[in-house]
Write a protein that binds this ligand. Structure first.
Ligand SMILES: Cc1cc2nc3c(=O)[nH]c(=O)nc-3n(C[C@H](O)[C@H](O)[C@H](O)COP(=O)(O)OP(=O)(O)OC[C@H]3O[C@@H](n4cnc5c(N)ncnc54)[C@H](O)[C@@H]3O)c2cc1C
Length: 493
C-alpha cells in the first residue's frame, strides 16, 4: 500500500502529513506495510527542506521532518501510489488535471479521513505559529481515520455467511423470522465482500442493527447483514472532542463510555437500544436531544458498488425521526461509521420531563445519563422481559389550525408547537384517551403504563402485530381526526 500527500509547495502541510502519518503507522504496527511520500503541485521549493516553522511545530510533538526534501507531483505518481491525498480544493483540482485516465489511485482530500468531507487543511505559510499547530491537529485527526481504513484493507477477507438463521431473538419484538442467509462483517473489506457476493447472486440485502426498530417478516430472503464494525476512538480539534464510532458499536454503551469521560452531548440519549449504525436512520431522539445535535458526518458504503464515501450532517437531511436514509438513500447504502462532536464544556439539557427535578446540583454527564436511565426504566418495559420496539407510533405532526381546534375540545391535550406552522401531539395521550392503554388483542397489546408501546406476549407474528396497530390507529383517527404512523421499519414488505 502506498500513500502520497500533496500540497502546494511541499514545505509545510504535506511534509507535516508525511511525518505525522509515519509516526501513526509506527504506532499502529503498520510501518512495514505502507509506504509514504509527499510532494507539491508547484515547483517553487523543489530540493528544499520543510519550512523551519513547520519543522519546529512538529518537533514539539516529537516528529522530526528535517530529512525531508521537497519534490513536485508527477503523472507517474498516480500509477505508483494507491492514495494521492491533497490538503485543499486547489491541490485537488491540480491533482485531477494531472491524473492519467488509466490510474486506479484514490484521489481525494486528506481531511475526508477525519470525518469532515470537503474540509481543507489551510496553508499556514503566511500566518503565525498558531496556523502550524492547527495544521498538526487536523493532520493528526485525519491520520487516525486513514490508519483505520488501511488496517481494514490489510486484513484477510472472509465471507462468513450463515444459512437458514433464526432471527426471532435478533429483534426486540421477538417476531418469528427465518433468514435465508446472515452475515456479520467485522471490517469494511468483509462488508464489501458480502455486498459483492449478494450483488453477484442477485440477493436482496436487509440491514440489521440491534433489531429494536424493525418489523421482520416470517421469511427473509437474500441476506441479512448486521455490521460488526465495533471500534470507536476519540480525536481532539479546536477545543472539541470528536468521537469516531463504527456502526456495530452498541449505542447505549457509547453514551455511557463518553459520559464517563466527562464528555457532553449525548447523555440524554442513554438507554436507547440498538447500534450506532442505525442511529442516524431515524435520527434517534429523547429528552429534548437528537442525534443530529452532535452528528458531524456519516460514512456509508453503497450496496450496489461497495464504494465508501462520507456525508456531512447537512447532507443527511435530518428531521423528526427522519433522515435521507429513510428517503433517497433508503436501501442504497449501509452506514459504516459516525463522527460526533462532543464537548468538555458543561451543557446539561434538563428541560424535558422531570430530569431537572432529579438532579439537584450541577450534574456531570454521567449523572444526567444515569438519571435518564432511571426514568426510562420506570416508564418503558425492558424488551428482554416483555418484547417491544419502544414507541410504536410517531408523535403526529398536525397543522397549527387543527391543533387549535382540538385544543378547544380537549384543553388538557399535550401539544408542542413547532416553529413551522405545525404542532406535535403526544401519540400516547391520544391512544390513552381512546381507552386503549393496557388493552390486549391476542398475542399483542398496549403496555399498561405506556400507551405508546405495543408489546408482544408471545406466539404472534408480524401480520398479527400490524392488525393490532391498525385497530389502534383507526380508533385514534375516528376520535381525533389524527392519523398515526408507525415508527418501526417494515422490512421486506
Ligand atoms: C425499549 C425501546 C426504547 C426505544 N426508545 C427510543 C427513543 O427514546 N428514541 C428513539 O429515537 N428510538 C427509540 N427506540 C427505537 C430504536 O432503539 C432506535 O430506532 C434505534 O436506533 C434502532 O437501532 P437498531 O440497531 O436496533 O436498528 P434496527 O432495528 O436493527 O434497524 C432499524 C432500521 O435501520 C436500518 N439499519 C440498521 N443498521 C443500519 C446500517 N448500519 N446502515 C443503514 N441502515 C441500517 C434497518 O434496515 C432498519 O430500517 C426504542 C426502542 C426500544 C425497543
Amino acid at each position: 500500500m502506498k500513500v502520497l500527500f500533496v500540497c502546494l509547495g511541499n514545505i509545510c502541510r504535506s511534509p507535516t502529513a508525511e511525518g505525522v502519518f509515519r509516526r501513526a503507522l509506527e504506532q499502529a504496527g503498520l510501518a512495514d506495510k505502507v509506504e509514504i511520500d509527499s510532494c507539491g503541485v508547484g515547483s517553487w521549493h523543489v530540493g528544499k527542506a520543510p519550512d523551519a516553522r513547520a519543522q519546529q511545530a512538529a518537533l514539539l510533538r516529537g516528529i522530526d521532518l528535517s530529512d525531508l526534501c521537497a519534490r513536485q507531483l508527477t503523472e507517474q505518481d498516480f500509477n505508483d501510489f494507491d492514495y494521492v491525498l491533497g490538503m485543499d480544493q486547489d491541490n485537488l483540482r491540480a491533482m485531477r488535471d494531472l491524473k492519467p485516465a488509466n490510474s486506479q489511485a484514490h484521489v481525494g482530500l486528506f481531511l475526508d479521513f477525519a470525518g469532515t468531507p470537503g474540509a481543507e487543511v489551510p496553508d499556514p505559510y503566511y500566518g503565525g505559529d498558531e496556523g502550524f499547530e492547527n495544521v498538526l491537529n487536523m493532520i493528526e485527526a485525519a491520520s487516525e481515520g486513514l490508519i483505520q481504513q488501511l488496517k481494514v484493507g490489510a486484513e484477510v477477507v472472509t465471507l462468513n455467511l450463515q444459512a437458514n438463521v433464526d432471527l426471532t431473538h435478533a429483534n426486540t419484538l421477538r417476531l418469528p423470522c427465518q433468514a435465508t442467509h446472515f452475515a456479520a462483517p467485522a471490517t469494511l473489506s468483509e462488508l464489501r465482500a458480502v455486498l459483492a457476493h449478494a450483488h453477484h447472486q442477485n440477493w436482496p440485502v436487509t440491514l440489521l442493527g440491534g433489531g429494536s426498530n424493525v418489523l421482520l417478516p416470517d421469511k427473509l430472503s437474500g441476506v441479512a447483514v448486521r455490521p460488526a464494525l465495533n471500534q470507536w476512538w476519540l480525536t481532539r480539534r479546536q477545543g472539541s472532542v470528536y468521537v469516531h464510532v463504527g456502526a456495530g458499536v452498541n449505542w447505549h454503551s457509547l453514551v455511557m463510555a463518553t459520559a464517563e469521560l466527562g464528555l457532553w452531548g449525548i447523555e440524554n440519549l442513554a438507554l436507547i437500544p440498538g447500534s450506532c449504525g442505525a442511529a442516524p436512520v431515524q435520527n434517534i431522539g429523547a429528552y429534548g436531544v437528537e442525534l443530529a445535535d452532535t452528528l458531524q458526518a456519516v460514512q456509508v458504503m453503497e450496496l450496489a458498488t461497495g464504494r465508501s464515501y462520507w456525508l456531512s450532517a447537512q447532507e443527511c437531511a435530518f428531521g423528526y425521526r427522519d433522515s435521507i436514509f429513510k428517503g433517497s438513500l433508503n436501501g442504497r447504502v449501509v452506514i459504516t461509521q459516525l463522527v460526533l462532536r462532543l464537548s468538555r464544556v458543561p451543557a446539561p439539557q434538563l428541560d424535558y420531563g422531570d430530569l431537572a427535578a432529579r438532579l439537584s446540583h450541577t450534574p456531570t454527564p454521567w449523572e444526567v445519563a444515569e438519571a435518564v436511565c432511571a426514568i426510562r426504566r420506570e416508564k418503558l418495559p425492558d424488551p428482554e422481559v416483555l418484547a417491544n420496539a419502544g414507541s410504536y407510533f410517531k408523535n403526529p405532526l398536525i397543522k397549527d389550525a387543527q391543533a387549535a381546534q382540538l385544543l378547544r375540545e380537549y384543553p388538557a391535550m399535550p401539544h408542542f408547537p413547532l416553529k413551522d406552522g405545525h404542532t406535535k401531539l403526544a401519540a400516547g395521550w391520544l391512544i390513552d384517551q381512546c381507552g386503549l392503554k393496557g388493552m390486549r388483542d391476542g398475542a399483542f397489546g398496549v403496555h399498561q403504563h405506556q400507551a405508546l408501546v405495543l408489546v408482544h406476549f408471545g406466539g404472534g407474528d408480524r401480520q398479527g402485530l400490524m392488525n393490532t396497530a391498525s385497530y389502534i390507529a383507526a380508533q385514534v383517527e375516528t376520535r381525533f381526526g389524527v392519523r398515526l404512523e408507525s415508527e418501526p421499519r417494515l422490512i421486506n414488505a
